[in-house]
Design a protein around this ligand. Sequence first.
Ligand SMILES: Nc1nc2c(ncn2[C@@H]2O[C@H](COP(=O)(O)OP(=O)(O)OP(=O)(O)O)[C@@H](O)[C@H]2O)c(=O)[nH]1
Ligand SMILES: [Mg+2]
Ligand SMILES: [Zn+2]
Length: 292
Amino acid sequence: MTGTVVKGIGGFYFVYDGSDVIMGKARGNLKRNKELIYVGDIVDFDIDQNDCDGECVINKVIERKNFLSRPPVSNLDMLVVVFSLVHPEVNYPVVDKLIAACEQKGIEPAICISKIDLADDDEIARAYDIYSPIFPTVKVNAVSGEGIDELESIISGRKVALAGPSGVGKSTISNHLLSDLGIVVETGDISDKTQRGRHTTRHVEIFALGDGTLLYDTPGFTSLELLETEPREIRELFREFKRLDHDCRYSDCMHINEPDCAIKEALERAAISSSRYESYLLMTEEAEKWLK
Ligand SMILES: Nc1nc2c(ncn2[C@@H]2O[C@H](COP(=O)(O)OP(=O)(O)OP(=O)(O)O)[C@@H](O)[C@H]2O)c(=O)[nH]1
Ligand SMILES: [Mg+2]
Ligand SMILES: [Zn+2]
């Protein structure tokens, strides 16, 4: 039989077969080979007849379409990068790194600007203007539920993760999406002192919504390590650059110091956002260091 791993805790895995969730363990050979099982993995399993540890045994992981290490998930169609502008403050390079990781793995990115009840209209407009020309972008207030319907229509029918820093409201949003199922996941305050989230969600968990959507609620993070990527690969991960780069004088233009660069020209007339370009510079610098 095959099913999807929807949660893994302390060596136990929870496998969803399309109707039920069955608790089980990995077969010995998987453990011996230290083969990791990701939440999102499609696995071949048998109902366990004699072992009383769990109800099923996972025999093997079916080849993954993709996986990410942070958050640790596999087989995504889409990842929604969730960020708030205040409480906690946005870190745009972290947002752009997560988007780049999606581009690298063939996962469709979407953007959710959360906690819009707390931020200035100007700041919300700025964030929306950076991302909405490039990606599906939605503004959400997870206290009132504003924007949840729009988010629902963006993610409908897909395998989709909510990912982003701790405390931005991923689980609060999940609770809106799960309300029809009567499921409530844990949410937590952000710290008054540091204005950061408290890492309330500790494990990735997948929920099957009524319309065929598989929703992954994931633990937040505070930083993201750099991608293990060559500098010249990074420009491929900014899709708005790709639309223009055939107009650069040099076909291998890095869009940094070269003359007649279409990206820098677009930057000057604000057709490319300075925030995205700054993230690009930062990521190429980090990649140069990683090469050494
Ligand atoms: N004012 C306001 N508060 C919100 C909103 N969304 C979430 N919150 C609050 O923000 C806090 C953190 O929300 P969570 O949903 O736990 O955040 P999270 O992203 O799941 O955090 P981790 O699980 O730590 O990664 C909670 O106190 C929520 O009530 C919002 O739109 N507006
Ligand atoms: Mg959470
Ligand atoms: Zn260029």
